[in-house]
Design a protein around this ligand. Sequence first.
Ligand code: DGL
Length: 270
Amino acid sequence: MPVKQLLIFDSGVGGLSIFQEVIKQSSNVNCYYLSDNAYFPYGELDENQLIERLIMLLTEFVKKHPVDIIIIACNSASTVALTSLRASFSMPVVGVVPAIKPASLKTKNGVIGLVATPATIHRDYTKQLVKQFAADKSVLNIGSTALVKLAEDKLQGKTVDKQKLKAIFQPWLSREIRPDTLVLGCTHFPLLKKEISDCFENRVALVDSGEAIAKRVALLLKDEKLESDKVQYPVSYDAFYTLRDEEQCLLERAFINMSFDSFSLFSIKK
Ligand code: DGL
């Protein structure tokens, strides 16, 4: 059976939290990781601009680097663009959306905290998930780009500013009844699991979508209909970014530490 080729896509390093889960469950796959850092942060982009950018960038990428499955490892992108992306590509497109349902099953005090990008918090898709799976719960929201940046900082080797982290969660920390379960509705946030948990004195359950996405991908990979153009051993992991800047250079080490073989610029003509 040929080695399958995946594309894991995010605006920045958040998709690495998904990458880690995917390779845990599917060790025999090649992965491309594409970070659209030229348009980071996605959580503040206009919806139409985002959809247009995603279709253009991913079309160009898979033309050059054919893949069997595309994983949109970004809640901000998936909650607005999944339908358009599925209509644009012939291979399966797997999206990451906030894990409201598992959180709703897990909470004991009935108070769930959804922390995501400002865009994900405001999406109809997210509101629908809350209505469908947590209508009988109290769901509190925090939309934060600052938290996304703290995760990027961490992977660039900078110290995570605990005061900044505390300030972000202050509205929940100061409540009489705090949420006992947090939905990490942005793929950057599982990279800060330890810091977030510390912030709540470890008295909170953190729920994200990584494991469920990895399970879905593993299932799709079993489908014999998936054929790859590219057959190669051993397995390789190759990362691409869309803008070369100082921050991106600092990230190279994080990618190498996660077993990536290469880290290079992917540019498209406008
Ligand atoms: N990692 C992304 C997400 O899951 C978004 C971060 C950003 O704002 O670019 O929403």
